[in-house]
Design a protein around this ligand. Sequence first.
Ligand SMILES: NC(=O)c1ccc[n+]([C@@H]2O[C@H](COP(=O)([O-])OP(=O)(O)OC[C@H]3O[C@@H](n4cnc5c(N)ncnc54)[C@H](OP(=O)(O)O)[C@@H]3O)[C@@H](O)[C@H]2O)c1
Length: 221
Amino acid sequence: MKRVLVIGDTGGVVQAIVQTLLDRGDDVVGLSRSRDGLDVTNEHTVARQFGLLDGFFDLIFVATGALSVNDQQPEKSIRSLSGAALMDQLQANAVGPALILKHSIRLMPRDRPCVFAALSARVGSIGDNQIGGWHSYRSSKADLNQLIHGASIEIARTHPLACCACLHPGTVETSFSADYAKSHKRTPAPVAAANLVAVMDELSRKDTGGFFDYAGKTIPW
Ligand SMILES: NC(=O)c1ccc[n+]([C@@H]2O[C@H](COP(=O)([O-])OP(=O)(O)OC[C@H]3O[C@@H](n4cnc5c(N)ncnc54)[C@H](OP(=O)(O)O)[C@@H]3O)[C@@H](O)[C@H]2O)c1
């Protein structure tokens, strides 16, 4: 049985993951913005909620994120870039999960394996970007990847058995993707959840700092 902390447990992907973990007997603690007032863009709310937590977690999973903040739609062209929209995306998708990692370190055991995993997105890969567009969202996920990768290097010094990783869930049938991914094949959330749980179960210290898809395959930066 694993002790698991899930941040953003109201989202479409994560609800299926929580159910998968509960079904196999894991002890799951969830925190969300809508239920607990934990807004990842507001460090005071993160500190307040994390201050209520004790003990160590085997898995800390960050499933928050947004493709559209304040009704700003993903850009089809750089001509429609707005500085405010870009900053909102960076706050939601990069700064937020990085603050969660900052406050998670004291909950990660030093003497046994643990995993910190954050949901990123393949579109955050610069090497994989062949079509442009979605500039703010792409940038925010690329920034998230850099933050988790960089932090993993220093965390390895104090937590040598830990793995900090970014994961791409695939294009999943959630409200998140409903308006933007109609032309893509979308994976049902329970299938995506089973895939991600299998990947997280296999992560170990040799994978720390990595960026992996739902099949455990490395995604280029
Ligand atoms: N769905 C896909 O096809 C897909 C593809 C690639 C990557 N992803 C990534 O997977 C993650 C989850 O996606 P999803 O489809 O499950 O999205 P979703 O159903 O829209 O859920 C988003 C979650 O993020 C939380 N959230 C958003 N902003 C927050 C904030 N400032 N503070 C705290 N919580 C916040 C929401 O919390 P509340 O409901 O409590 O407000 C909700 O739990 C995202 O990072 C997304 O980029 C998804």
